[in-house]
Ligand binder design. Structure first.
Ligand code: MD6
Ligand code: FE
Length: 217
């Protein structure tokens, strides 16, 4: 996957370039700035720390996760769910920063989803070799609502599959600052993230952080 090169800067993200990768899938290179997002990620993780959750099949996920917003996505031996309480702290998840929900709403609008108001942000942290196997995001109530994702830190390969798990995924490079909107006919497509390559980012460090904004409840 080649990028638009050179990338213009978008001090006003309303003018961001939108690349439609498939029906319902839009990539906005350089839509967010790690320096803007990282302080809130750290503040959230102070309250609800990153942790490696256990899948219903008993595997420990290589990706470390936390959440903010009205609920959080969790997986345990008993299954997947959105829970208003963080099971680790037994307290509500930290609130979603207003600047984050505004940015996510703007990204969605630019991709053709004008009324997106996220209530949950799942935060994924990838250390080198961490990966996310092919999955569908299907624990949300309304599949007419898209999912908006922001990536910061080290680059990763996003695997964009199809309606069936058997569809060979397309490899899409997600770089520091990229926004991806995933909705419409692609909303229930299988997707994943390939193993992270080692490296260092001046602000995020030796990892990749991905924020996925959902209307879950
Ligand atoms: C990641 N993202 O990029 C994982 N899901 O680290 C996702 O699983 C994802 O980016 C739904 C919609 C957009 C995504
Ligand atoms: Fe997903």
């Amino acid at each position: 996957m080649t990028r638009l090169d050179p990338l213009p800067l978008f001090p006003d993200s309303d003018r961001a370039a939108v690349r439609h990768l498939a029906a319902g899938v839009a990539l906005m290179p350089g839509f967010v700035d790690a320096a803007d997002l990282m302080p809130a990620v750290e503040a959230i993780a102070e309250i609800s720390p990153f942790r490696h959750m256990i899948t219903p099949g008993g595997y420990r996920m290589s990706v470390a996760m936390t959440n903010c917003g009205q609920a959080g996505w969790i997986t345990e031996r008993t299954g997947y769910r959105y829970d208003p309480v963080d099971p680790l702290t037994e307290r509500p998840w930290p609130p979603m920063p207003e600047s984050w929900s505004r940015l996510a709403g703007r990204a969605a609008a630019l991709a053709g989803f004008p009324d997106f108001q996220p209530d949950v942000c799942l935060i994924n942290r990838y250390a080198p070799s961490a990966r996310l196997s092919l999955h569908r995001d299907e624990d949300e109530r309304d599949f007419d609502q898209p999912i908006v994702s922001f990536s910061i830190g080290l680059p990763a390969v996003f695997l964009l599959g199809g309606e069936k798990r058997s569809v060979k995924p397309r490899r899409i490079e997600l770089q520091d600052g990229d926004a991806l909107v995933f909705g419409g006919p692609a909303r229930l497509f299988y997707h994943g993230v390939g193993p992270l390559k080692a490296g260092a980012h001046p602000i995020v460090g030796e990892c990749r952080i991905n924020l996925t904004f959902r209307r879950a409840l």
